[in-house]
Design a protein around this ligand. Structure first.
Ligand code: 6R9
Length: 650
């Protein structure tokens, strides 16, 4: 049994030079919650504003008078903050280090001056193609520098980017393009991951044949692998052909702080993924400030976050946070186990990475291969480690700390969400003792609370649903095109608070331990998948009558996907059909949604009013048939008995 309450006290050497010490934390936290406007007004000075904000905070979670506004009279441009303002002092500093999928390819170092020029050229190209402030641009790129350039170029001209993860299938691209009515798509011929090619352009072509995508006028195609792709003129344009001739200066759009910066689609418990909308001022203040404080950033740090820009972690902690801070950030195209399971550690040595931020699922996968692939590398450059995306089990935490970090580097276990824009609960390594498995304490300005199912506030040591009592600048502002869904999802469940969708325990020391989603969202390898999405992919197959999908504990992925499928009358379950349905989900959503197990269900457990009882299905998937709980409301108890009998043993 692990010792979940083990404490790793603050490292005095780290604390001696830390940006925030224990005393600082107590004092600044108190100030931040007692006088949020005063606190966040000062923090906003870290950015360059065309017009400095005077109205700092205007927030009400009261449904009758709902609003979230930060810095509402301020004007700025995010790309100027990430590029132009560094040119005088950091023009020749490396902004991005690009490490290819193939380690034999030379790494590329891009200075702030070069990055500025590349962004300006693309921004000019976007304008020449008719992209204007407020237009939506979809970015479907591999982890290459152009992904960063594309995001910042959109920001420069005031276009709202929507990055779609390169692992998503044509239908998922089409849904996202259609929802925000994109005018332009930036993609590449192909991506490369672990030596395998990903047909990005072909996926875009397939997506654009699907309904709702005819707003797209232009597809810009980055030549990456050089493979031949279909180019449909005049719609499709080679990126280099359009960008090369453009000037290296581009006047930035003046954006109001509350003008949208980007949309990022994320899964919820119901329906289609929602377009989480972040605005310019508050988001950038929060992403850059948390990046500096949580990672204890120094001028000469080499910072590496292994996320993909298709997820919020890539937005806030590869692009906007680090670049707004003038940091050197590594962009990695590849995967942890290619060509060998030492790749992460070799890249750390090669580029002398000092700050390393990754996901528990990667740590657990690499841990399986033992210590040797780690130990044969030096990793002496590291001084801080971070994790994000899902709860980290104490065993993986200790391996990360002892083996990867040689018991020298503190670990920041950072809890946050696409919706929150930046880190909300996290240790600050110079200020807070660590406990493996706990995200520890709230960041400045963040007021977590626990409530029971009826919304009753739980005090002291307790376990319940995690809510947040007040706003912070990085909070999402709306669900794109569906403000009612925003309110309903986050503010109606426990009135007066933001509901996170996470369960959480608070221990006697006031430490927070996230226990996982309490809604119908599955966290697979740190990626959010809505059970509803997988279900609707399954029932879109002509032979499927009904489907119910739940998560189950998975050693590496954290959670796996378990699907129960009822076929239409007359269809017999076969191994063939089993494979076909799994492939169908991959094709509809993408490989990340592949069901780990699919069980034929002659019937699904339902209440007499016809509601599927997922609680029961979860217990069957977990192989805990003795913990089904109250089954008295079942319409037909025999259904459950047969499902337990027929359970697919993983
Ligand atoms: C940043 C990100 C959000 C959900 C969140 C929670 C889980 C993220 C975590 C964590 C425990 C951590 N989560 N970080 N759980 N400890 N340090 O991952 O955003 O993709 O929107 O997922 O991930 O369940 O609600 P997103």
């Amino acid at each position: 049994m692990n010792h979940p309450a083990a404490v790793y006290p603050i490292d005095p050497d780290f604390a001696a030079n830390a940006r925030v010490t224990r005393e600082d934390y107590e004092r600044q936290y108190a100030e931040s919650v007692n006088d949020p406007a005063g606190f966040w007004g000062k923090v906003a000075d870290r950015l360059d504003w065309f017009t400095k904000p005077t109205k700092i905070k205007d927030v009400s979670y009261d449904l009758a008078d709902f609003r979230i506004h930060w810095y509402e009279d301020g004007e700025l441009n995010a790309s100027v903050n990430c590029l132009d303002r560094h040119l005088d002092e950091r023009g020749d500093k490396t902004a991005l280090i690009f490490e290819h999928d193939d380690p034999s390819q030379p790494a590329e170092r891009i200075t702030y001056r070069e990055l500025h020029a590349r962004v300006c050229k693309l921004a000019n190209a976007l304008r020449s193609l008719g992209v204007r402030k407020g237009d939506r641009v979809t970015i479907y790129l591999p982890m290459i520098p152009e992904a960063v350039v594309a995001m910042l170029a959109c920001a420069r001209v005031g276009a709202i980017h929507s990055v779609v993860f390169g692992g998503f299938a044509p239908q998922s691209i089409a849904d996202r393009v259609a929802d925000c009515q994109s005018k332009l798509i930036i993609t590449a011929d192909e991506g490369l991951r672990g030596g395998k090619k990903v047909p990005l352009k072909a996926n875009v072509d397939a997506a654009l044949k699907l309904g709702g995508t005819n707003t797209v006028e232009t597809v810009l195609v980055v030549r990456h692998t050089g493979s031949a792709v279909d180019m449909q003129m005049p719609r499709d344009r080679w990126y280099d052909a359009v960008v090369d001739e453009q000037p290296t200066q581009c006047a930035p759009e003046r954006m109001n702080a509350e003008d949208p910066l980007f949309i990022l689609y994320t899964s919820g418990s119901t329906g289609k993924p929602k377009g989480v909308l972040h605005t310019t001022g508050g988001y950038l203040v929060y992403a850059s400030y948390t990046h500096e404080v949580v990672f204890d950033l120094r001028e000469d740090d080499v910072y590496w976050c292994t996320a993909d820009v298709g997820w919020v972690t890539g937005h806030s902690y590869i692009v906007y946070g680090p670049l707004a801070n003038g940091a050197t950030a590594l962009v990695f195209e590849g995967v942890p186990n290619y060509p060998t399971v030492s790749r992460f550690w070799e890249v750390i040595d090669k580029h002398q990475v000092t700050l390393f931020y990754t996901a528990p699922t990667a740590i657990r996968a690499l841990m399986r291969d033992g210590d040797e692939p780690v130990k044969k590398t030096s990793r002496a450059s590291l001084r801080l480690l971070g994790t994000v995306g899902e709860p980290i089990n104490p065993e993986a935490w200790r391996w990360y700390y002892e083996v990867v970090g040689d018991s020298r580097s503190p670990i920041v276990d950072t809890w946050w969400q696409t919706e929150t824009g930046g880190i909300l609960i996290t240790p600050l390594a110079g200020a807070i003792d660590l406990k493996p498995g706990s995200a520890t304490k709230p960041f400045f300005g963040i007021q977590p609370a626990l409530v029971d199912a009826n919304g009753g506030r739980l005090e002291g040591e307790a376990e319940g649903n995690l809510v947040l009592l007040d706003s912070w600048p990085g909070q999402m502002r709306t669900v794109y095109g569906d403000h009612a869904r925003f309110i309903d999802t986050y503010f109606r469940t426990y009135p007066g608070t933001y509901f996170t969708g996470d369960g959480c325990r608070r221990d006697a020391d006031g430490y927070y331990w996230i226990t996982g989603r309490v809604d119908d969202v599955i966290n697979v390898s740190g990626h959010r998948i809505g059970t509803a999405e997988v279900e609707s992919a399954l029932v879109s197959h002509p032979k499927v009558a009904e489907a119910a999908v739940v998560g189950f504990p998975h050693d590496i992925k954290g959670q796996g996907i378990y699907a129960y499928v009822t076929l239409i009358a007359g269809e017999a379950p076969t191994d063939e059909l089993h494979k076909e349905l799994v492939a169908h989900v991959r094709k509809e959503i993408g490989p990340i949604a592949t069901p780990d197990h699919l069980q034929w269900a002659p019937g699904l457990p339902k209440t007499r009013s016809g509601k599927i009882m997922r609680r029961i299905l979860r217990k069957i998937a977990e192989n805990a048939p003795d913990q089904l709980g109250d089954t008295s409301t079942l319409a037909d108890p025999a259904v459950v008995e047969s499902l337990v009998r027929e359970r697919r043993v993983p």
